[in-house]
Design a protein around this ligand. Structure first.
Ligand SMILES: O=P(O)(O)O[C@@H]1C[C@H](O)[C@@H](CO)O1
Length: 282
């Protein structure tokens, strides 16, 4: 089960050095854009962008809706780096490759990681179009030993047995909740528990019922390994799930059959428009 793959500190450092020598930006915040959310990177000012295929050591993104580009720039005056497209275990990447950018960001001087994802809801109050602030996660692959921290530990990054009990920063969670109130969108935003499953298939009815009984509010196929590696190396983490669908817990024909149009419909249009109200009701 355990891979013999190792990535040395030097390899992360080489990628970090290459990036730092190709941009003038010195980001303190890194944002991983989940499915359908890559357009956030397009809003950065004074951009420098790099295709993953041009960055030494970087894995390649294979999922529709993940552009495969690293974008540096300014967001509200803060220097940021955005991943337009992440790496998933189900694409066949090892967990070390999946989380490769996180340690590169650490070496670049990043202090805060913002993770976003698309997720299915198991909670009554979370509807498609809503936003869940991740307060905690259940890392199902991690619980059975599929963890990016398996293998020799590099103390330069962090300890052998890192705590994960406070991995989603409480201060940032409160701040975002407060901002949602100020913006008048607090009815769309709530905190919850995200569970990572391996994918790529969606859940069976029995699996959905199990997740619900375990107290999972939203389920997806990413994020947890990135957060584990980020917490291990001391990054402050904030996470958001954008709810794309209700996970069926009773037999019913599953309407999800086109990953791309599904996410585009939800994110590229306003959550209040007709198409999204159809998704909310669907
Ligand atoms: O990168 P994310 O997690 O947003 O990717 C989406 C959500 C699931 O992980 C997967 C299947 O829908 O794609």
């Amino acid at each position: 089960m355990h891979s013999k793959e190792q990535i040395s500190h030097d390899e992360y450092q080489k990628t970090s050095d290459w990036l730092m020598s190709h941009t003038k930006h010195r980001p303190i915040v890194a944002i991983i854009c989940g499915s359908g959310l890559g357009m956030l990177a397009d809003t950065l000012k004074c951009q420098d962008s790099f295709d993953y295929s041009d960055i030494p050591g970087f894995p390649q993104s294979t999922v529709q809706g993940h552009a495969g580009r690293l974008v540096f720039g300014e967001l509200k005056g803060k220097s940021c780096v955005c991943m337009q497209g992440r790496f998933h275990m189900y694409e066949g990447h090892s967990l070390l490759k999946t989380t490769f950018p996180i340690r590169v960001f650490k070496l670049m001087g990043v202090e805060t990681l913002i993770v976003t994802n698309a997720a299915g809801s198991l909670a009554d109050g979370l509807r498609p179009g809503d936003i869940m602030i991740i307060k905690d996660h259940i890392n199902f692959p991690g619980l059975v030993g599929l963890n990016p921290l398996c293998g020799p530990n590099d103390e330069k990054f962090g300890p052998r047995f890192p705590a994960m009990s406070g991995c989603y920063d409480k201060g940032l969670r409160s701040l975002v909740m407060e901002l949602a109130k100020q913006m008048g969108v607090s009815s769309l935003v709530q905190e919850g528990v995200y569970a990572m499953v391996g994918g790529p298939n969606f859940e069976t009815i029995a699996e959905a019922k199990l997740l619900h009984r375990l107290g999972v509010d939203a389920v997806g196929m990413s994020t947890a390994p990135e957060v584990v590696v980020a917490t291990h190396c001391g990054l402050r983490v904030f996470g958001l799930s954008l709810i794309t669908n209700k996970v069926r817990q009773q037999s019913q024909i599953l309407i999800v059959n086109n990953h791309n149009s599904y996410f585009s419909a939800l994110f590229h249009k306003s959550v209040t428009n007709k198409e999204c109200s159809n998704l909310r009701n669907g």
